[in-house]
Design a protein around this ligand. Structure first.
Ligand code: ZN
Length: 472
């Protein structure tokens, strides 16, 4: 129990002894260097989607994961400023024909681009604008606003919207990283269109890793191939089928190598009424030649409150769990969704056991604890580290300003306050750095037993050094 630590260690500062554990700790410290050895084993998610209305329940590792698939702006989480600016760009004819939505994981850049694609093809929006603007929406003339065009969202009910919402509108094309399906045949995105539609309905806030696991890529790197670029050129040179406009949504142009230069001419001088919507996370990994030809739209991280509302509303999470998770998810709805699956986990109890083992009960308890966490699996291990990290950040803030804890659950504040009694800022920062490091290696499939054993030793030393220092 953490309260026991409080009486034995927090008050005396120097009382606990680690004498007997030193040998095994030094032994275990020798394993630190092995942490980076990355196993090649991966666990592709076996995913089955069961849809109900507009909420998809995805079974992942035996647990239900609930997400929403947005195709109207009103269904995209947060991003109020962009939801207003994007329609205005279009209505005021200030829209470039190539746009880059740049947003970190979990910000909803893809969701926004999907909603915008639907907005562009929605008959209630695009027809009146097209009439007002003449032959090209993207020309120089400013169209007179039409009544229906004043709407800030697609209608959601016209035939175009219905097809767009099923990711099956013939004038909305998708391009995304894929892996080889048949040896010897370079893959193109359409090879995976069925999986892609299912993925968007299930994981609109998913990342590249989720997608590649979803299509069973295992260790293969995704790629947007030269053949895919040829396919895009072919598709966009056709006349549009139903809509006034043709839209290409390219997710993760980071996966486009030099073959992406094939697209430059098309991006520069596209056929009439053609819009490119690129959606990226990392600006530095995009071809400079493409970057220089797009209108950049930065998609900010979400506010805690927006994540909290989405969790309670869309995912029917309990309000307290939603608030707690929103506070630690760093504006990343992808992370929040993963954490909500484990909202019933009591990370604090696991953390208390760990700290007790580190500081009080010694090597036997430590290896028992390490065995226990090793069985949890990577996602949970990462969440646990994230939770500890969050408490440390809270402790740091509370050292500077006591009121900083306001709004956080009482047991978190209580924990942070106690932790502040045994560690100073420098130590907390050192532990945070170790936790970040550990999370990095967990993501790369490090051996979790070795990793957590090494982390145990490191934290022991970080905390103990302070205690030695205090006793001098
Ligand atoms: Zn519509």
């Amino acid at each position: 129990m953490f309260t026991e630590i409080s009486s034995n260690v927090f008050e005396s500062g120097v009382r606990f002894s680690a004498g007997g554990s030193q040998k095994s700790q030094i032994f275990a410290a020798g394993l630190c260097c092995s942490v980076a050895s990355v196993s090649k084993q991966r666990h592709p998610h076996k995913t089955a989607a069961i849809e109900s209305t507009r909420v998809a329940h995805i079974k992942t590792s035996g647990k239900f994961y609930v997400g929403l698939f947005p195709m109207q702006f009103k269904e995209v989480i947060g991003q109020q400023v962009l939801k207003k600016e994007l329609p205005e760009l279009m209505k005021e004819n200030r829209l470039a024909h190539a746009i880059l939505f740049l947003g970190k994981e979990g910000s909803g850049a893809l969701a926004l681009a999907l909603a915008f694609a639907q907005y562009i093809v929605c008959e209630r929006i695009s027809r009146p604008l097209a009439v007002a603007a003449g032959p090209s929406l993207f020309g120089d003339e400013i169209p007179a606003p039409q009544p229906d065009a004043l709407s800030y969202d697609s209608c959601g009910t016209c035939p175009s919207c219905i097809k767009a919402a099923a990711f099956a509108h013939p004038d909305i094309h998708f391009s995304y990283p894929v892996v080889t399906k048949k040896t010897g045949t370079p893959p193109i995105s359409t090879d995976y269109i069925t999986e892609w539609r299912e993925f968007l309905k299930s994981y609109p806030y998913g990342n590249a890793y989720d997608w590649l696991q979803f299509i069973g890529a295992e260790n293969k790197q995704g790629n947007i191939t030269a053949q895919e670029c040829n396919d895009i050129i072919k598709k966009l040179n056709l006349k549009s089928f139903e809509s006034e406009y043709k839209v290409l949504v390219m997710w993760l142009p980071e996966y486009l190598g030099n073959e992406g230069n094939k697209l430059l001419k098309l991006i520069e001088e596209p056929p009439p009424n053609t819009v490119f919507l690129f959606v990226a996370e990392n600006e530095s990994q995009i071809l400079a030649t493409i970057l220089s030809r797009v209108q950049l739209i930065k998609v900010p991280l979400l506010e805690d409150k927006e994540i909290e509302t989405a969790l309670t509303g869309l995912n029917r999470a309990a309000p307290e769990a939603a608030a707690r998770i929103a506070a630690v998810s760093q504006g990343n709805y992808h992370m929040a969704l993963q954490m909500i699956q484990h909202a019933d986990e009591d990370w604090q109890e696991l953390l208390r056991d760990w700290l007790n083992a580190i500081m009080k009960t010694g090597p036997v308890a430590q290896s028992k604890w390490v065995d226990e966490i090793s069985k949890l699996g990577r996602e949970k291990q990462k969440q646990f580290l994230q939770y500890f990290n969050h408490l440390l950040q809270l402790a740091l803030k509370m050292q500077v300003m006591e009121q900083a804890g306001e709004g956080h659950p009482e047991k978190d504040r209580d924990f942070a306050a106690r932790f502040n009694k045994i560690t100073g800022m420098e130590q907390q920062e050192a532990i945070i750095a170790e936790l970040d490091n550990a999370a990095y290696y967990i993501e790369r499939n490090a051996n979790s037993k070795m990793l957590f054993m090494a982390l145990t030793i490191k934290i022991y030393h970080i905390i103990k050094d302070k205690i030695v220092f205090l006793s001098e």
